[in-house]
Design a protein around this ligand. Structure first.
Ligand code: GLU
Length: 440
């Protein structure tokens, strides 16, 4: 069996191929020479599998899709608070190259040019490397291959960068930029001239989708808080003055670039990239938007659809032992806020006595931080009520169990571990079997 996903993606681009509307970006002369018929689509799952169709090996300049990654780089280096003193996070409702500032004197957000030029100015030059070279290396690490600059697009944009230079001078005048605006704007234009394919983009995006860890290498490249900040700003500001429309129709944090690329990142699920050079009036790829709209609709990827809780956490509960004094809870699924609340509500019915409670987490596939905190709080309260708690936690995900109550709290990796620690015969295989031996 071959997974049908590539066929599905091929059908999507085939359906979008017929739309020839829109225009090539011509304010950067070299982009006006692009082949307008190019069309590519790629998707990366959160565990790093990449599917791609169409012109998936064709390189194009990343342009404004660099902005979220440069923002991530600078946030990672300087911390969120320091960056916020220079650039806000409010949607501007204006075009990407508007010469404007927020009322507080900062560029409104890092996705429009004034914010992105400011973010670029915050790169701390190291080892004598140019800021754009630092970014090329950073993005190459995210993409898993050496990326390069398109020198002709860079030259062509630098020669005609009147608008970005006026933004730079405006930022220098108000003190947001602290050094020569020409150098900074040139560095920003060079960051936009890094060449990528749709496969590179989804690989870079998968690090964001995966909370900052490269799913292929397992290496953490960005802090979780940085990723959350970047995706939030992509959601509210990534599509410029079409951001509200995008949120309601597609609902995937995204960023577009004037070479025709568009990258969407759905946290915890997928990253999607499309490439087609003809643009609409906002500077977004016409067919790229169509593709993302279709994928969001067909595959239920809208962020606001959320992931419904499985509405179950206790797979089974039974009492066993002498006078049914051993209470066993076998949990199943994911332990997030909703499930933890449900579990605590169920545990509320445990009577206040000296009984032993076994909670078996062997079949819990994921424990979210809030789930863990709530669960441990519940464990604490059960101990306060006089119970002895036995937790079976194979992956030792509850290693921060509170101290001070160790006498009443026993944590085991699995059932065998429990038997071994109590010197119980290995043939005992159920909690009912061992209840008597545990003195219950
Ligand atoms: N380099 C382009 C500019 O600054 C990027 C714009 C975009 O891709 O939206 O004008």
């Amino acid at each position: 069996m071959q997974t049908p996903l590539p066929d599905y993606l091929a059908n999507v681009i085939e359906a979008c191929d017929i739309d020839n509307s829109g225009h090539l970006a011509d304010y950067i002369p070299e982009l006006a020479n692009a082949n307008p018929n190019r069309l590519a689509l790629a998707m990366s799952t959160v565990d790093g599998e990449i599917y791609s169709v169409g012109d998936d090996d064709v390189e194009f300049t990343i342009q404004s899709i660099s902005k979220p990654f440069v923002y991530a780089y600078v946030l990672q280096q300087l911390g969120i608070d320091a960056v916020l003193t220079k650039v806000g996070v409010e949607p501007s409702g204006e075009a990407f190259n508007e010469i404007s500032l927020g009322k507080d004197g900062r560029p409104k957000n890092p996705m429009i040019n004034s914010g992105a030029i400011t973010v670029h100015s915050l790169i701390q030059v190291k080892h004598g490397l140019h800021s754009a070279e630092i970014l090329r290396r950073f993005m190459s690490e995210l993409a898993g291959r050496e990326l390069s600059f398109d020198e002709s697009v860079y030259d062509s944009e630098v020669k005609t960068a009147y608008r970005n230079l006026s933004i730079g001078y405006m930022l220098r005048t108000v003190g947001i930029l602290e050094t020569d605006p020409v150098d900074i704007v040139n560095g920003y234009i060079r960051q936009c001239a890094i060449m990528v394919t749709v496969k590179d983009l989804v690989r870079m995006g998968s690090v964001l989708a995966n909370g900052g860890v490269d799913p292929r290498t397992g290496k953490r490249l960005l802090n979780r808080s940085v990723v959350r900040q970047v995706l939030s700003v992509m959601m509210s500001c990534g599509m410029y003055d079409a951001a509200g429309d995008w949120l309601s129709t597609v609902g995937i944090p995204a960023k577009s670039g004037v070479a025709g690329g568009i990258l969407g990142v759905l946290p915890g699920q997928v990253s999607i990239a499309a490439f087609s050079p003809r643009l609409d009036e906002h500077g977004h790829s016409v067919r790229g938007i169509d593709i993302l709209e279709r994928l969001s609709r067909d595959m239920g990827l809208h962020l606001m659809e959320g992931t419904p809780s499985a509405q179950t956490i206790v797979q089974s509960h039974y009492r066993t032992g002498k006078d049914a004094s051993l209470s066993v809870y076998v949990l199943r699924g994911v332990l997030k806020f909703t499930e933890a609340e449900m579990l605590l509500r169920i545990l509320q019915d445990e009577t206040t006595d000296q009984s032993t409670i076994v909670i078996d987490l062997t079949q819990i596939s994921l424990i979210h931080d809030v789930g863990k905190r709530m669960f441990l709080e519940g464990v604490d309260r059960l101990i306060d009520d006089g119970h002895t708690l036995v937790l079976v936690d194979p992956e030792q995900r509850l290693d921060h169990a509170r101290t001070g109550k160790d006498r009443e709290l026993h944590v085991y990796h699995d059932f065998d571990d429990l038997l071994e620690k109590h010197d119980l015969p290995a043939k005992k295989k159920t909690y009912s079997d061992i209840a008597a031996l545990l003195n219950c």
